[in-house]
Design a protein around this ligand. Structure first.
Ligand code: FES
Length: 178
């Protein structure tokens, strides 16, 4: 059984109204589905999107599996995404990733801690190169992240509630200096 409520369906309809075809609304519709399904896209979520957009499920799967920002596996309460591209790498991203791997006991390949709180992943450029190294957690960006700042962030997040994936249509991510 699907998880979309009447409110979710109304959200999808509003998104669809912005595009010339239903198919053109597929990317933002998948963001909504990812949010509704707790941060990832199981097959049920893709099927619900397919039904609502009147598309073959295979088309929806093809798009959802192509883009890395759509999660195909469940994630922890907080997904720590650390940029490993050039600017961040030069300013210590690799060491920051290794620091987080040691601290959380998981690999930055999208592994989740056994308590289900953190998922750690290395990602491509977050577009915050001028303040590298950059980290994204849900819809929030953290910049100039040092070991100390990362430790403080992890401590804060441990007791924070789940952060929902920020759909692009909700606005730009919040930028934070720790
Ligand atoms: S290289 Fe890291 S944000 Fe661009």
């Amino acid at each position: 059984m699907g998880k979309f409520t009447a409110t979710d369906k109304a959200r999808l309809d509003e998104l669809i109204s912005r595009y010339p075809t239903k198919k053109a609304a597929l990317l933002p519709a998948l963001w909504v589905a990812q949010e509704v399904y707790g941060g990832w896209l199981p097959l049920d979520a893709m099927e619900e999107v397919a039904v609502h957009l009147e598309l073959p499920t295979a088309d929806v799967q093809g798009v959802a599996t192509f883009y890395t920002m759509y999660n195909k596996e469940p994630r922890g309460q907080h997904a720590i995404e650390i940029c490993h591209n050039v600017s961040c790498m030069v300013l210590g991203a690799e060491q920051l990733i290794q620091h987080c791997e040691r601290r959380l006991g998981v690999s930055a390949t999208g592994e989740t801690t056994t308590d289900g709180i953190f998922t750690l992943a290395r990602v491509e450029c977050l577009g915050a190169c001028c303040n590298a190294p950059a980290v994204q957690v849900g819809g929030t960006y953290y910049e100039n992240v040092s070991f100390e700042r990362m430790d403080a962030l992890l401590e804060t997040l441990k007791t924070a509630s789940s952060e929902v994936v920020n759909p692009p249509q909700a606005g730009l991510p919040e930028m934070k200096e720790l």
